[in-house]
Design a binder for this molecule. Sequence first.
Ligand code: C5P
Length: 245
Amino acid sequence: MNDKYTEMAGRLIVALDYPDAEAASALVRELEGIPCYLKVGMQLYYAAGPAFVRELKSKGYSVFLDLKMHDIPNTVRGGAESITRLGVDMFNVHAAGGTAMMKAALDGAESALATDPGLSRPLIIAVTQLTSTSQETLNSEIGIQGSVQDAVVHYAKLTQSAGLDGVVASAQESALIREACGQQFITVTPGIRPAGSAAGDQARVLTPGEAIRQGSHYIVVGRPITAAENPREAAEHIIKEMIEA
Ligand code: C5P
């Protein structure tokens, strides 16, 4: 395993979108030895809870807890404190919750760190616009006028001014975000589809190689790996494409 392989595998976040711990564990076993990040989203977390997150951590994985908190600041502060105590490496909120809510997430994490010196500060990122949101949906349903790109850049700047570490957006917007917020501001990009795979409900998609070329720090991949006939091969193929990019 060379350095480039380890670096790129560490920038691949595999979405464990499964109904229970058993199904998720089966995929984790298939991917054993690949030093990728693992993402626990609401489907799995609501079923398997903190115990499953601790199990992944005990196996040495970096874990992104993708619960997309969006609530009043006091509630998000408490949520962030509990999540930080779990020892995850990354978690998120919705930027649409505003500055006070995002700062409350930071506060909550800091409170957990203050009580347990063994913890390290997770990356805290904000969702800009879901990668399933199209231009049409943004304007006619959500009620935000203007382009998706403008809305994403607005939320990215708001996230940065609140003191968070980065955003979730489509890789189609990574370059714009880097321009607006600088190279250090992290972009985590779902909506990744290797050439020839089905988009499903995702609207703003890019291939793994393109996403890396656009400057994404992390790419999130679910179904192109989890629904593949051979998930391990699919993951290795994606890492290879990332290295080549
Ligand atoms: O299966 P697929 O590759 O589309 O999975 C993408 C994953 O990224 C899902 O777990 C989804 O919840 C998550 N996600 C997303 N768009 C966002 C934030 C998270 O698709 N803006």
